[in-house]
Design a binder for this molecule. Sequence first.
Ligand code: PGA
Length: 255
Amino acid sequence: MATPKESRRLVAGNWKMNLDHQAGCDLATAVVGALGDVALPVVFCAPAIHLHALHSITEGAANVHTGGQDISSFASGAHTGEISGSQLKSVGCSYVIIGHSERRADHQEAGKLLAAKVDQALENGLTPIYCFGETLDQREAGNEEKVVAAQLEEGLAHLDASAMNNVVLAYEPVWAIGTGVTASPAQAQAVHAFIRSWLSSRFGESLANSTSVLYGGSVKPANANELFNQPDIDGGLIGGASLTSDDFVAIVNAY
Ligand code: PGA
């Protein structure tokens, strides 16, 4: 039987606003071909316009999935430019990133909006990958746990344990995203242990033991194994290195 940590494993690529349609399809085809029968769930969080085609590419690969990078807080209707949970579901998505620091910064996403997006995801059978993490200033002031707890509370505290059972967390220190500066395994593990204790106090120990908590921020083939070997790090949300088949496959295989 899989250990709790084995059953929490997940590696997701966050392509952000990169790759035109053909390049996205080519990347997914190469990764699926190289991974073969992969033992842990792997997710492509791609620009929305690619998702339908990516679903066809990943359909035959049992453990490879697709996910959106954002979801509307509304169910449907007159919300120009938004994409609903049911629309993501209709093109085969099973995951969606919510609250990425780039959306928090570029679109001032926070609080009730993120909680509503989490609800929309869950109502439509999508697994939210809920992102949070402190800035460099906040870390230098020693406030990382306070910031992480506040971001967890605002998006997730309204859920009950059975809903929370379908949520994946991604701790992404803002100072490590796209900068080439990775949190050291010890720094990341310390925050992940804090997240696990927050989960336990809010939702109980069994939920805390079953929730996948990913690390994101300059994960590369060279540092993935050491990060993934930390007891409370269950995988990664990979930005830049998910755009190259060789790097992304090496990161998945580092587990
Ligand atoms: P990075 O991005 O791996 O390029 O640092 C991670 C993320 O933003 O999810």
